[in-house]
Structure formats: C-alpha cells, structure tokens
Design a protein around this ligand. Structure first.
Ligand code: ZN
Length: 1065
C-alpha cells in the first residue's frame, strides 16, 4: 500500500516537472494543494523526501520562462512553494540550484502594479530568504530595492502586499551582507520614518503585524555595528522610546514592546563602568610574587562587530552552568581510575601527626579523681589541644621549601602580615595584632564617631580590640541614648554605674541577654580585634556586633511582578536620552573616603569598610535611586556577586531603588523569587535583631556596561548585569545593612568557636581547636576535632575511641557563600550538643572540621577568591604551600590520614549554589560519568561500590530542604581540581561530596515556595549529621548496642531491622 502511494507520488511529481500540458499541471497542483490542506506536516515532509521541492521549483521555472507566463499555473505553484519551502531545510540550496531566485524576482518586478501576482511572489521570496545563502543572492540581485519600493511611502492601500513585502525584507535582513547594503543605501532612516507613520496611524491596532515586521527589520539591521551607529544617528533610540510609551498599557502589543526593548538594549552605547579601573580597590602581594598589576582600563569600545545576536528573553530558565555539562565530562577511564602519587615529599606528612592528638592521648586524667569534683576547666586544660605546636605558616613553608629548591632566597623573609598590608602596621599589641586607633576616617566622621569611639575607650574587652562601632548619623537623635547605653554595656561588661545612666539600656540588655544563642557582642568585638584585613578595618558593622537571630516566621519567595524588567530597562534608556534628569553624584567611594558631595542633603549615606563589606562606589542617580558598584575580589578585577554594605540617613515610607550594576553571572535567583537581606539597627534595638528578606520590584538583567576582554579571560568583552531592587526602610534615620545573603564573618566564626568550647559538656565531648595553618593575611585557619570522650581509660574504651572512623567536613572555600557557614554552624552546634543523637554520633565518628577554608576572602569581602586572587577550590590538584596554605595543609592532613590507614569515611565540602533551589550533593562516580557521556562501560574493568549514593538518599528522607533529584555524581574535567574530585581520586574517599545549599529557597517538600533562612540552613547542618548516623547504621559495621540505642532514638526500628537484613544478606 505504502509502496503504491510512493510510486503514485513519484509519478505525479515527475509529470509535474516535465509536462507541458496546462490541464495536467493544474490537476496535479490541485491534488497537491488538497493533500496539504489537511493533515499534519508529515505529508509535506514526505513529499519533500520524494523530491517535491525540486519538482515544484522546476515547474515554476518552466512556467515563468514562457513568453506569456500563465498565472493560473504560477499562482498555485507559488502558494505551494511558500508552504513546502518553510518545511524544507535544504530549500535554499535547491532554490539556488534550479535558478528559481532570478525567475521569481523578475516575476515580482513585472507585477509591481498587480498586487495579487506580486503578493504571491513575495510569499515565495520570503521563504527563499530564510536561507542565508539564497538571501544573500537575492540581496545582490536587487531584492531589497524592490521590496523597499513596495513598502514606501506609507500607504494604507494594499496592506496585505505591504505586509508580505515587509516580512520578506525582514527575512532578507537576517543576512549581514544584506543589512550592510541597506545601511549603505540609507534605507534605515526610511524604515524608521515608516515605522513612525504606521505607529501614528494605527490607532485601533489593526496592523500590529506590519509594525512588528518593521521592527524586526530594524532589529536585524542593528545586529551589525554600522547599523547600530546609523540607528543612533537617526535618533532611533528617541523615536522608538517615544513610540513604545503608547504601547505599554495594552497587553496585545507585547510583541511590539518586546521587540522595541530588544532593539533599544542592543543599541544602547556600550560603556565601561564609572571606575578608573575594574581591579579591586585592595591589593595584596602574595609571597614570592611581584606586586599585582592592575590593568588600567580606557574607554570601552564596541568590539563585537557583527557580534552574534544574543538571545534576549525577558528572563529565561537556562542554567548556564549545566549547558556544556556533557562536553565537560571526564571520559578517559584511565584518568578516572588513576590514583596519583603524593604531591609532596612523604616525610612532610609527619607534621600533621600533631593534628590528631586523639590518636595518642592517654587520658590519664580520666578516673584519676571522682568525676563530679572535676571542673570543666580542668578537663579542658588537660586535653591535648592546649599543648603548643608548630603551626605551618606561609613563612614556615617558605623556609622549608627554600632548603630544597630555592637556594636564592636570602635571609629570613618578613612575616606575611608585614609583607602583605598596604599600610604599615602600627603599635603592636601583646597578641601580635596591630591596631591603629586613630585613622583618617575616624577624624572625618564627626562628633558621633568620637562618641562611639569614646564609648569604646571604656575599660573592658572593647578597648583591647581597638575596633569601633559604626557611629550613628548625626541626625539620628532617635534612641541615641538607648543605643549608646547598650553599646557601653556590650563593649564594657562592667558595673553599670561607671558609665552613667544606663536605665534604658539595661532594660534592653537584660531582656536580650542570652536571646541570641552562641552570640555575645563583646566577645564578637574582641575576636574582630584580632582579625587581620587588607584594608585594616577600624569599624565593626553593627549588624555583626548585635548579632542575628532568625525571625520566628518564614518568608515566601517574592512573586515577580509583570513586566518589571521592561520597566527598569526603559528607565535605563530614559537616562540615556534625557541625561539632564540624572543627578549622577558620587556619594560613596571606597578609594576617596570623603567625596565632595558627602554632605549633600536628602542623600543616603553609605559605608562598607568593615569585615566582609564590599561596596566600592555609590552614585545617586535620582532622588531615591542609587547605582552601586561592588568591589572586585582582592587582586582581581572580577567575581562580583556578593555584596554587603551599610546605609543610613534614610527617610521612612519612601521606596529607595538600588541598582547593583556590576554583577557577572548571566542569570540569578533574583529573577526567581529571591530577595536580598536587610538588618535594621533600630529594629534590633526593639528586640528584633534579624536579618530579613526585603526588597520588591526585583530583577536581574544584562546592562550596557562592558567587561574588558582582559578581565573575562576571553577574546571578547562581555556585559555586566544589573541587580535592581527597591526597599522601603522601616524607620527614618535608621542604620541598615543590606547584603546578598545572611552575612557570616570570620570573626563571627571565631567567637562562635569559643562559645562552642564553653557550652559543651567536657565530660562527654572531646572537643579541640587547633590551627591548621596561617592564611596569607595572617589569620589562623581553625581545625576542630569533635568526638565522644572515651568511657574510661581502659584499653578497650581507648581502642574504641581511637578506632572510630574519621569524617572530614570543610566549608566556605568560596567567601561569598555565607550560606555554607550557616549550614556549618548548624553542624557544629549539633555535634557538641547534648542531643542523644549527637551523643551517639560522637561515639561513632571522629569529626575533623575546617569550618572556613578561606578566612581572608571572607574578611576582605571577596566573593570567590583568596588573597592571591585564586579560586581555592580549583587548587586541590597541586596546591602551593605559599599561595594556598589552607588547601595545601588540608590536603596534607588528608594525605596523613590516608598514610596511617585512616582515610575518612565521608568527606564533605559545604558550598552555596547561586542558580538552583534546594540543597543537594555532588559526588563522584566513574560509571555514572561514563554512562552520561555515552561511553561504553566494561563492567569487568570498572568496578565501583555504589555506596556513594547512600548518604544523599538518606538526606533526601531526613532533611527537608534536601533534594535527591538535584544531586549529581558526574566527574567533570572542569572540576578536576576541586576538593570533591581530588579527595575522591587521590585520597580514595568513596563518599566525597560537595554540598550545595541554595541562596534562594526550596521548590519541593515542606519548605516549598519559601526562601531559605539561617534557621533552615542550620537545620540542614544538623540533619546532615543525622544522615551520617543513619549511614553508619545502614551500611557500615557497628555494634548491636549502637543499633539498639539508635533504633530507640530514631524511631526507626523497622528500618533498622531492614538495614540488618540487608547487611546480613
Ligand atoms: Zn562554591
């Protein structure tokens, strides 16, 4: 049957090509037209596969080349061609080959006055033009001139023909050579005028197709540089901007507004950021390097002549990080299976023995006296961690290395801190931290600064830290008394009488005492005093000082308002075409502490020179609108994403708009319901010390600022992106902080660790804090040990104690991922807690935790890198002891564990993910990688334990924000030097993970539709631990006693029985 059909069709088509008989041809054409008038495209595709396009084209050429062309044949032929051509991917080639282009063009020329004939030719031409080569030939042969003649001047006669001609022209202009020709001939102005005419006369919106067609012509022409220039010269920006204002109200005109927006965005002249250089305001000379050269940037030119038209949707859902995933997969089985040797001399590993005091400590202190008589202090003192030990520092390593290789090194190198900081250090204190009590800023901030300063001069911990609280603005008479009194109470925990009238403050303080678990302001201040920063911070952010506790409520994701992005883009364009309305006043500049307009009235005040702060510049654009520029990572000119700054002197009940104009990622969760966070000091004083999600009219889009090619590491400059949001502050003259995500500073970590050590039960919790190494910036990188104290010093108990498997957890290698720190905080608090599950966990494992792998990055407000300007999570393959000490020693420590046969059971590196929702794990699997890449997997050669999937499966069940479906176990080439892959491959840890936590919120489960807060992040950290316990029960050897205990606790009896059966089978 099918064969009969096929042969029937073949006969029909060959007859069509060769027949001279008019009736035969007309019959065949009418059969074909009937055939295609119903049914699906499959019929057409079938005909194309049988040579249908060629047959029709041949018939066209035959019919057109007669002396008296027969339009009763030509018209149905042209209609069929237009229909079939759209679906034939090789139509362009066929048109060229059969020379149908000239034939159709000349038919059109002959029929300029005959609209029925002409429109048929135009339909065919439009389809021809969808092929670039055919379109180019058409252009050379004068098609554009012809079409232009049809569409100009403006007339409402024969609008169908006009529409067909405009659509054919738009198709032709997809070819760049055609666009150039049109620009050269000066048609662009004509098109603009024509568009204006149609816009003005089409009051009832009956000719949207024509208007949109003209816009498409302009859109294609402006893909080329000369097109954009001509468009701007012809005042195209102003014309389109003015016309589109009439279209905004009607939803039926969306396609017009969208196209206009695309054209205007594309033609907006590209500029560089209003900065002398994109490089960070802070520079740091890493050991052994010549000083960092910051490339000075000149005016940015438009480098992308004929740049590919970028897809511009309102906002699209592509995850750029996943796009090239498959190309990126490691498919070399040998590489996947290899176990590289040590990256350092084996004898170096001996230094890490000191980091496992639990393996040698004899616990003589246990049972030496009756338990109750021993105070916790004594136990603490007797633990092995208080013994002094050599801390590997950059300088130490340099000496070590110098002995072997670098014989040129002469004399001792200066300490990293001396070498590193721009400003010479002043007056050293007993702990080695150098403080400058009076800085220029201190002098310039006026009375209130001295106020705060004066307060901190009181005796107590505040004085020894040398840091000052941020002063309140002069006009902030509100609550000043309360505020100051509380500051004093916090700065200087001395009897109230000494500092005068504290009645109000005391009230607050008493109410709040202990309100925020694991936070004490004066302890924070003291810790911050020892924190070393490149800019030598002298101020504390009040938000960090007062501390944060999550509000009692959850916050939903923000629903996106219709057309919010469009409105913002039009505002940007308005700035360009109405420059007189723009204030353009720099109100904050990190490099110029007192810009001339500092005292301008009705202007917000900004500040960011505090730990993790990173605002570089603020420019007032309109009365209540500010452009903000973030500082780049130290020694870098990129990685802008994180932001944290202080704002004050606001009015209440007024929407302020902020545009962060130098973002880099191509998309952001700010387009999908995420809000930034804010902390109001006034709210904090009213017992609401919360970072909360705020902001509305939020959107994230590509702007007209160009990143230099040099700064992007590519051959072409790229664009920056704007994050725009509006905030209405809760109080007048408040001091507020705005941030990308809940801040968590290094000083907060250090204070937090002190409190952990204090609050734990020393009889039960073996807790130790050591220093893994010093960072480049001279800050200690803490390494923690948490496990259960042995039950007694009996041999059996000590053996059980020492033989517990290790779990190694690390976090915050990327400083902008503060969510990772909150998850880690949850893990730590849970692990030292008296929760019976935590007790059990401590008996199962020895936890080794490095809670902040990149302290310097966190301190200095970086988003991605360390002080050397390197992404530390791309250094694990060959970390440098000089440049990447925390990674070098973390890896060394893991090597050491492996060398004594104690490679960790689980390794997990906590991160934050900016493009996805939920919490999930990345792991490593050879087989899954090969399968995903479509490689054959020889299961005889590649054997793999599937245990890597167990933990994420458990977390999927026990941790609300966790999502198994987001997990991936693929080994990507681009991730070859990450902690996860290197620890899996080199240390041989099967369960080596990256845990990614969303910045935004959850898309499933109990938290669906909610933004994530610190409570949920901390909960995740605790649930991760629970997951480890279940992992232990489920798939690892453990005692009956443990199983029984766990079963009682977890209410998992049935499941536990399952585990046992599984294990026994
Ligand atoms: Zn990360």
């Amino acid at each position: 049957m099918a064969e009969q059909e096929a042969s029937g069709l073949k006969v029909l088509l060959s007859t069509l090509q060769s027949s001279q008989d008019r009736d035969v041809i007309l019959n065949i054409l009418s059969v074909l037209a009937d055939l295609f008038s119903v049914g699906t495209d499959r019929r057409i595709h079938y005909m194309i596969s049988k040579g249908g396009s060629e047959a029709l084209l041949q018939a066209l050429v035959n019919a057109a080349q007669t002396a008296e062309p027969d339009y009763s044949i030509l018209l149905p032929l042209l209609r069929l061609l237009a229909k079939v051509g759209q679906r034939d991917r090789k139509f362009g080639q066929r048109v060229q080959k059969l020379e149908a282009i000239d034939v159709t063009l000349s038919l059109a020329r002959k029929n300029l006055g005959h609209h029925l004939h002409l429109i048929h030719c135009l339909w065919a031409l439009r389809v021809y033009a969808s092929s670039v080569t055919a379109g180019t030939t058409l252009g050379i042969n004068g098609a554009m001139e012809l079409l232009f003649k049809v569409i100009t001047p403006y007339t409402k006669k024969h609008t169908r023909t006009v529409r067909a001609a405009i659509e054919a022209l738009a198709a032709l202009l997809k070819s760049k050579s055609n666009s150039r020709r049109v620009v050269h001939r000066g048609y662009l102005c004509g098109l603009l005028r024509l568009y204006q005419d149609w816009h003005q006369s089409d009051i009832s919106n009956s000719y949207i197709h024509i208007r949109r067609g003209l816009l498409l012509c302009l859109k294609h022409i402006t893909n080329i540089r000369s097109g954009r220039e001509t468009f701007r010269c012809a005042r195209g920006m102003e014309i389109l901007f003015a016309t589109v204002q009439d279209c905004l109200a009607s939803k039926s005109l969306d396609s017009i507004v969208t196209t206009v927006t695309q054209i205007l965005r594309k033609c907006y002249p590209k500029e560089s950021l209003p900065l002398a250089t994109a490089s960070s305001s802070f520079s740091f000379s890493p050991p052994g390097s010549i000083s960092f050269q910051s490339p000075r940037s000149g005016p940015e030119d438009e480098s992308e002549e004929d740049g590919e038209e970028e897809v511009e949707k309102d906002f699209d859902n592509d995850d750029p990080e996943n796009k090239e995933e498959d190309d990126d997969l490691e498919t070399d089985v040998n590489k996947l299976r290899s176990r590289p040797g040590l990256d350092r001399p084996e004898k170096e590993l001996a230094q890490y023995e000191a980091m496992c005091p639990e393996l040698s400590h004899d616990f003589q202190e246990l049972e030496s006296e009756s338990e109750d008589e021993r105070g916790s202090e004594d136990v603490l003192r007797s633990l092995p961690f208080t013994h002094p030990r050599v801390i590997p520092s950059a300088a130490f390593m340099q000496q070590q290395c110098g002995r072997g290789k670098d014989q040129n090194t002469k004399g001792p190198r200066p300490e990293p801190a001396e070498r590193a900081f721009k400003a010479p250090l002043k007056g050293p204190e007993k702990d080695g931290k150098c403080i400058s009590a009076q800085t220029t800023e201190n002098k310039t901030t006026g009375d209130s600064a001295q106020n705060a300063d004066g307060l901190c001069e009181e005796k107590g911990s505040a004085r020894s830290c040398g840091l000052m609280l941020r002063p309140l603005p002069k006009d902030a008479s509100w609550d000043a008394k309360t505020f100051n009194a509380q500051c004093v109470s916090y700065c200087s925990p001395s009897p109230a009488g000494e500092v005068g009238d504290l009645d109000v403050g005391k009230g607050h303080l008493e109410r709040r005492q202990g309100n925020i678990p694991f936070h004490r302001p004066h302890l924070y201040m003291a810790k911050a005093g020892s924190t070393k920063s490149v800019p030598d911070y002298t101020f504390l952010a009040l938000s960090d000082f007062w501390g944060h506790e999550p509000p009692s409520y959850c916050q939903s994701m923000l629903e996106r308002k219709y057309a919010v992005q469009r409105a913002k883009i039009f505002d940007d364009i308005r700035r360009l075409i109405q420059p007189g309305d723009v204030i353009g006043r720099v109100v904050f500049d990190l490099e110029e502490p007192s810009p001339s307009s500092l005292d301008a009235p009705d202007c917000l005040k900004f500040f960011s020179k505090f730990e993790s702060g990173n605002l570089r510049k603020a420019i007032q654009v309109h009365g209540f609108e500010y452009d903000l520029i973030m500082n780049a990572d130290v020694n870098s000119s990129q990685h802008h994403q994180w932001f944290y700054f202080e704002v004050s002197a606001m009015k209440s009940a007024v929407p302020y708009r902020f545009n962060v104009i130098n973002c880099e990622k191509v998309n952001s969760q700010f387009n999908y319901g995420m809000q930034p966070v804010m902390y109001s000091v006034k709210e904090a004083l009213q017992d609401k010390p919360h970072w909360i999600r705020v902001g509305y009219d939020i959107c994230y889009y590509k702007n007209h600022y160009r990143r230099r090619a040099a700064a992007t590491g590519t051959t072409q400059g790229k664009s920056y992106y704007t994050l725009s949001f509006s905030v209405t502050f809760p109080h007048k003259d408040d001091v507020c902080y705005l941030a990308y995500h809940y801040p968590y500073t290094y000083s907060a970590l250090m204070a937090h660790l002190d409190m952990l050590a204090e609050t734990r039960n020393p009889k039960k919790v073996f807790y130790g804090q050591q220093t893994l190494c010093q960072t480049l910036g001279g800050n200690p990188c803490p390494l923690l040990t948490i496990t259960a104290m042995p039950e007694s010093k009996s041999r059996n108990d000590l053996e059980q104690f020492r033989n517990r498997p290790y779990v190694v957890l690390v976090a915050r290698v990327h400083p902008g991922e503060s969510n990772a720190s909150w998850v880690m905080k949850g893990t730590l608090e849970f692990l030292v807690s008296s929760d019976p599950i935590a007790e059990l966990l401590r008996k199962c494992f020895i936890f080794k935790i490095i809670p902040m792998l990149n302290p310097d990055g966190v301190i200095n407000g970086n988003h991605r890198c360390s002080l050397s300007g390197d992404d530390l999570n791309r250094q694990w393959l060959a970390p440098s002891p000089l440049l990447h000490p925390t990674i070098y020693h973390s890896k060394g420590f893991l090597y050491y564990l492996r060398s004594i046969g104690r490679a960790p059971l689980v390794f997990c590196d906590y991160h934050g993910h900016s493009q996805k929702k939920n919490v999930f794990l990345y792991g490593c699997s050879i087989k899954e990688t090969l399968w995903q890449a479509g490689c054959p997997v020889d299961t005889a050669v590649v054997t793999e334990h599937v245990g890597y999937r167990t933990l994420p499966k458990i977390l999927d069940k026990v941790a609300t924000p966790f999502s198994m479906s987001s997990c991936s176990f693929l080994v990507e080439k681009s991730r070859a030097s990450t902690a996860r892959v290197v620890v899996w491959q080199e240390i041989g840890v099967l369960r080596s993970y990256t845990m990614e936590s969303t910045y935004c919120g959850c898309s499933h489960g109990l938290y669906k539709g909610l933004q994530i807060g610190t409570r949920e992040l901390e909960e995740m950290g605790a649930k991760f631990c629970l997951g480890l316990l279940i992992l232990q029960l489920k798939s690892l050897p453990c005692s009956k006693k443990l199983i029984t205990q766990a079963a009682a606790l977890l209410d998992l009896e049935e499941e536990i029985r399952d585990f046992q059966t599984q294990r026994n089978s």
